[in-house]
Write a protein that binds this ligand. Sequence first.
Ligand code: GA4
Length: 333
Amino acid sequence: MVVLANPPVVDQIPLLRAPGPRDSFAGVPVVDLSRPGAARAIVDACERFGFFKVVGHGVPAATMDRAECEAVRFFAQAQGDKDRAGPAYPPFGYGSKRIGLNGDMGWLEYLLLAVDDAASIPDACAAPSAPALRSALNEYIAAARGVAVRVLEAVAEGLGVAPRDALSGMVAGAGSDQVFRVNHYPPCPALPQGLQGCAATGFGEHTDPQLVSVLRSNGTSGLQIALRDGGAAQWVSVPSDRYAFFVNVGDSLQVLTNGRFKSVKHRVVTNSLKSRVSFIYFAGPPLAQRIAPLPQLLAEGEESLYREFTWGDYKKAAYKTRLGDNRLAQFEK
Ligand code: GA4
């Protein structure tokens, strides 16, 4: 029997099938936030895929470009300088290859950052220290939070839930638990003979625990979502679009809608030639927020599918899990 070893650099990182052109998914719903009908389209996309692309958002390309340029400059530094901005756990800063606290590994480096009520990296967080990077990220974070708020207002409108800020208020009010992540996936070196057709995992499959996540990347593909087709997941590649946002439904929004929306399983596969840089804004509620189906969404006699919990309970439980675990299962009735 021939045992093929991974090259040492990727030996602790799981391999995936390298995506090809045929995996590209042309069916990602596109919602134009500037047009009437956006609320209906968002609800439809959340029910069908838990995922959609947002255009017509009004966020200037320059805000995205500046943040990307500064992020690229940060990751281009010597390893020792980047390490000074870490570690990522606890609680925030620069991290490399290790994701979470329970042994998950990916072919990436990242900045995991807290966000305060004013949608900025808190002054008390020293990393990252470069003023140009902080100001570019702060401008971007404020814009991404605006998109999350508008999306959640549209969800409430589309579902017929009042008031308009029933959901958006949870993530934009005082004490909301917002997190921002900058991911850099360097090109992954060629794998040895016999492993062609494989690629290293950039970020392993998972669902996001929050209400929604707002993602933007450079022009390098790599993001995949799992289409739910009854049985096994079918992984499809999301064509990149550097001036659009992509929105994921998270576990908390699944619970708030009593399962009417499903949080989307997603992952990132590395590219052998180009680096991918992505920004993700995770919109979470205050720790004390009760996460339970909105009463207006429960039909007569319909019961919650989940046990009562707060966002703080869920977050604590999530950090004890592995990335790919079904975190909601332990809260199902
Ligand atoms: C997934 C979504 C966000 O990236 C994140 C991740 C967090 C982390 O990287 O620290 C977690 C992961 C995420 C869910 C389960 C736990 C926690 C890694 C992990 C194994 C910042 C988040 O909020 O949850």
